[in-house]
Design a protein around this ligand. Structure first.
Ligand SMILES: [Fe+2]
Ligand SMILES: [Fe+2]
Length: 377
């Protein structure tokens, strides 16, 4: 087993976890010394690590130097105004998003338009109520936590994917199949109470991690073209435990974080079977965590309908027949039922993220749109 890769994986997961903790480092910029002192005092007492700057240029410098993600800045300041500071931060964004709250003297809509166009996230009118500042900062911290975490999870999945030669757009498809299944199950009687919007989103977010433990599988096994011998298959099975062990260590330190628990369940149990003949724990029926039962169907459907070194892609009809005949043995019958109810959506996803084809017209249109919105046209 490659322990440096496992360390790399653990470090990456820790980055994800840190993103859960709110950013507490904050920069305030104001040329009014009295106001600056008052803000510093207020924020310091609320547990923030406070940096101060008396003009925009100094604020910009400080934000870069100390990797500050949360800024409260006055509008009118010498050298760089708050709006100019915003624009400069946005133009030179490096490692991550910076959340900027502008202090305004008036709450005029033309000021708000100007500020938002420059990239400000929020506004507070002076003189302000300290409690308002507190809740607005908390909103900013939530935005930062989500952004960093989503990005880090995606990077983590890609790290594992880069080691797997067969995946193509496997992760993109599985992620969508799984969330369509969760959404369909949410409407059903059996699991309707268990699945809320947070569940669906967390399944979407964490399902690409299902094979993250493959980073710990030796190349000779992982990259072998063709079928594995029984001994090699035993080694390959370890990917569920390698991935789960890594994440387990972090759950010990940060218990109760939902996405980590989802990720752990999916990584460890996506090869379990409904009748108890799967691995690694031979769990049976509803003892297998629901997110893992959902990902199992999504993952197998994609493997069946994709071309692999040792097999051609099966037709969607053949894949469906296999899922149906394995309902109750390999798969949770309820999840297969959900699959039958949303086959059309599976079809669309399969076509849209087709490995053989280039981007579809729809994707091209979306790419053009994205490019335009980034360039600000
Ligand atoms: Fe797997
Ligand atoms: Fe997979």
């Amino acid at each position: 087993m490659n322990s440096s890769r496992e360390n790399e994986l653990e470090a990456a997961i820790r980055t994800v976890e840190l993103a859960e903790a709110p950013a507490t480092r904050i920069l305030i910029a104001d040329d009014d010394a009295l106001q600056l002192e008052m803000l510093e005092h207020f924020l310091h007492h609320r547990g923030y690590e406070v940096y101060t700057a008396s003009n925009g240029a100094e604020a910009y410098q400080m934000a870069r130097e100390h990797d500050i993600r949360l800024i409260v800045t006055d509008w009118m300041m010498p050298e760089l105004t708050g709006v100019e500071l915003c624009r400069k931060l946005r133009e030179n964004e490096m490692s991550g998003y910076v959340y900027v709250i502008l202090l305004t003297s008036r709450n005029r809509s033309d000021e708000i338009i100007e500020g938002m166009s420059a990239g400000a996230d929020d506004f507070i009118a002076k003189p302000f109520n300290p409690e308002e500042l507190r809740v607005r900062l908390e909103a900013g911290q939530r935005v930062l936590a989500n952004e960093t975490r989503d990005m880090a999870i995606f990077m983590l999945a890609k790290l594992a994917e880069s080691r797997d030669p067969e995946t193509g757009q496997h992760l993109e498809r599985v992620q969508r199949y799984a969330s369509v299944l969760a959404r369909t199950l949410a409407k059903g009687r059996r699991y309707g109470d268990l699945i809320d919007p947070g569940f669906i989103r967390t399944v979407y977010l964490t399902s690409p991690l299902h094979d993250v433990g493959k980073v710990g599988i030796p190349d000779a096994v992982l990259l072998k073209p063709g079928r594995l011998t029984p001994e090699e298959f035993e080694i390959m099975k370890q990917h569920t435990l390698i991935g789960a062990r890594t994440i387990e260590a972090i759950i010990q330190e940060y218990p109760g974080v939902r996405f980590l628990e989802f990720a752990r369940d999916i990584i460890r149990s996506h090869h379990e079977k409904w009748d108890g003949t799967g691995y690694p724990d031979r769990l049976e029926g509803e003892d297998i965590p629901l997110p893992a039962r959902i990902v199992a169907v999504a993952d197998v459907y994609d493997a069946l309908t994709s071309k692999r070194v040792y097999k051609d892609a099966f037709s969607p009809k053949k894949a469906r027949d296999i899922l149906v005949s394995d309902a109750g043995s390999h798969f949770d019958p309820e999840v297969v039922e959900a699959f039958l109810a949303c086959e059309d959506e599976f079809d669309q996803i399969r076509r849209r993220f087709n490995d053989a084809a280039g981007p579809s017209e729809l994707e091209l249109a979306e790419l053009v749109q994205q490019a335009e919105s980034i360039s600000g046209d």
